[in-house]
Design a protein around this ligand. Structure first.
Ligand code: PMP
Length: 360
């Protein structure tokens, strides 16, 4: 019998692609996934592992990881009931989207924004209301508010600071959005530690419809450990946690998180290095011929070049892997790269100077 496997599957799968990273995940100089260039020091890794070996590996961890949740709640100064820990913030995006969306439900997504939002919305057969950013790649807050009201959306997702642009929404504008629409507002603060804007966290007291998402993959340098958090009012978190995968966080992730929070000076030092280099590199890129850098509130920079595909390939030829974000709306000929180690940044700068013919 001839079998069409697509017939057995969710029809939405036809419209979505598996998550992939152009150019792969290996390179001599890897700047394409907004990771931290600093691994944890060996003494800290050893302390984590020696605690982990004393844990029972044959037993399930807690259904919801109580220790890690409590540690992060204490760190933020919020009640543990208002915090949900996940296996990376991606897992929490799946959880929250499952809790909020389905056929007949509407989600507003600024365009461009983190690609997973649209993918999940399509998978769940929700209707998508895309609100374009401004040509400067800044958020169009008035347009967001207007569309949210006119389209009566159920869910607004804002990556602030935004991946892939690096731009933020101000605290006051998040308040305007949360107060003006009758929707759940998710503020994904994956890059907040690098932002000039304040976190939306204090607004949770004011708005029962606000959820803040955090990741430990960027500033906390734990991308390999898969740790993320959602923070909101306890009564909201209790509801949106219902679709959560049970036992999704490993004991190792919980222990690692607790150790890193106890040694937070490591994070603060890394963040100040990244902020200094980011702003310095932005200034240097302004004077590279054919390169237009955008101001960033994250650990990455976006540049516009005359031919992004060609520059992307030439950088790969020099062992430097960046992200080609040209396919995104308004981002034609743009490349994105995170701040690396000093030598990596200077090799990137030298390469851009060589490829583009020197100083402007
Ligand atoms: N949100 C945004 C805006 C991101 O850029 C990323 C990572 N690229 C994530 C969420 C997911 O991060 P993680 O699953 O590693 O916590």
């Amino acid at each position: 019998m001839q079998r069409d496997i697509m017939r057995y599957l969710n029809p939405s799968l036809r419209d979505i692609a598996a998550y992939s990273v152009e150019g792969g995940q290996q390179a001599a100089i890897k700047l394409n996934q907004n990771e931290s260039p600093f691994d944890l020091p060996m003494w800290l890794k050893e302390a984590i592992v020696s605690e982990f070996v004393r844990e029972p590996w044959n037993r399930y961890p807690d259904i919801l990881p109580y220790r890690g949740t409590k540690a992060y709640a204490d760190f933020l100064g919020v009640p543990a009931e208002g915090v949900m820990m996940g296996n990376g913030s991606n897992e929490l995006l799946y959880t929250i989207f499952l809790a909020c969306l389905g056929p007949g439900r509407k989600i507003l997504v600024p365009d461009p924004s983190f690609s997973l939002y649209e993918k999940l919305a399509l998978l769940l057969q929700a209707s998508l209301v895309r609100v374009p950013l401004k040509a400067s790649l800044d958020f169009d807050v008035d347009a967001i508010i207007q569309s949210a009201q006119e389209e009566s959306v159920d869910f607004v997702v804002l990556s602030s600071p935004n991946n892939p642009t690096g731009k933020s929404i101000t605290f006051d504008d998040i308040r305007r959005i949360a107060s003006s629409c009758d929707a759940l507002v998710l503020v994904d603060e994956a890059y907040i530690e690098f932002s000039r804007q304040d976190s939306a966290l204090p607004l949770i007291e004011e708005f029962p419809n606000l959820v803040v998402l955090r990741t430990m993959s960027k500033a906390l340098a734990l991308a390999g450990m898969r740790i993320g958090f959602a923070i909101g009012r306890p009564e909201l978190i209790a509801e949106i946690a219902k679709p959560k995968i049970p036992f999704a966080s490993s004991r190792l992730a919980e222990i690692t998180l607790m150790h890193v929070l106890e040694n937070y000076a490591i994070v603060t030092d890394a963040v100040s290095y990244i902020l200094n280099v980011r702003d310095e590199l932005y200034g240097e890129l302004l004077s590279v011929q054919g390169v237009e850098p955008f101001m960033s509130d994250t650990n990455f920079l976006v540049i516009r070049v005359p031919d992004a595909d060609a520059v992307f390939r030439k950088l790969i030829g020099r062992g430097i892997l960046v992200r080609n974000v040209s396919g995104y709306h308004l981002m034609k000929n743009c490349l994105r790269f995170n701040i690396g180690l000093p030598d990596e940044n200077s090799r990137l700068l030298d390469a851009l100077l060589a490829i583009n013919g020197g100083m402007a």
